[in-house]
Design a protein around this ligand. Sequence first.
Ligand SMILES: C[S@@+](CC[C@H](N)C(=O)[O-])C[C@H]1O[C@@H](n2cnc3c(N)ncnc32)[C@H](O)[C@@H]1O
Length: 389
Amino acid sequence: MNPPDRIAEFVSALRDAFADGSLIRLKCGGYHGDEAELKSVEARKVSIKAGERLSFVFRYKTRDITKNLTLDEAAGFCEYGLANAWRSARLETTGFDLQFERQGDKQRLKRTEADGRAAPEGSHDRAKNRPLSDISAVWLHALGITGKDGQVRNDAQDKFRQINKMVEIFAPLIQGLKAEKPTILDMGAGKGYLDFALYDHLQAQGRNAQIIGVELRPALVASGNALAQKSGFAGLRFETGSILDFDASNADAVIALHACDTATDDAIFRGIEAGAGLIAVAPCCHKQIRREMSAGTADDRLDFLLRHGTFMEKQAEMVTDGLRALLLEAHGYRTRVFEFVSDAHTPKNNLIVAQKGKAASRQSVLDRITAVKAMFGIDKHYLEGLLGL
Ligand SMILES: C[S@@+](CC[C@H](N)C(=O)[O-])C[C@H]1O[C@@H](n2cnc3c(N)ncnc32)[C@H](O)[C@@H]1O
């Protein structure tokens, strides 16, 4: 009589737990296969655009690589791997744990009841509706979004909401770009939250893209590059330098989130100059136009507003961004300005999205810009100077 096939039983339990939503985690250890430095692998169920998958994180000595597999691919991985490369495997579900062990030809399978465990987040509808549905990603942990327990940290909920929202907005805009493998520049990338999120999401959607984060601070660039490598994100990299010094001529999209004061204008300028199909900026602090408005002479009829500091502040912000939108329109872009997230999460919540295409007549837009500047007592918007106007 043949011995019971423990691997088949294990795989069958994996299939059932995947199907009924009770799967928490699959883990394999005791690796003795051909891949150098591979230590262990862990998988959780995720919902991505392409459908439900098992997100496998392959842990190597110095890096992690994430791959999303279909259930059939995951079953094939277990069937071959448990027979040939992994000496142990553990399946954790909401109802029981299954521990597989192999020594030579001997296989053992032990089931331990674990009633009443909560279903994992990846199987909830809420997670399905979020672009970043795989919260086990290495980069989310490294950037402090998820904690040791693998869940989004309480103090990172706003950041997580923001980057999900950004990905939700940017992904379709990038899908719409003509280039087969668009180059996306993130100007003033900081730690690169958006870049990791966007790259992860586009990769899961099967959209090829190259993302380059441009950042003044070398330490952030070094840590970003190390994390991109650890995540297996070959098309994501960071470069040290200032926005204005960066050669953006190959850019299909230029993005800048909360780049300081006029750094936003530097990014817009580089995007216009490159003829990028998409330019999207979420401005941060606004100082230049505020100074111009204070020094200049605005239309008397605005005095009832501008004599109050708080209204002056708000007006300066709106005028700065309104003029940015007009200057983009004067260069052949259609623009939209909207709040990308509620101001309860961040006061810097406006996004200017500009797409190259049929726009208003250049002269009529330039005339409007002249009229607006006269109304608010502005000599020149910093972006005009960059554009040689
Ligand atoms: C407020 S942080 C925002 C970081 C990131 N975009 C985000 O939203 O998480 C602004 C970043 O822009 C960088 N920065 C400011 N001016 C820059 C410039 N002219 N060139 C390159 N980076 C710049 C700063 O070093 C900083 O890391």
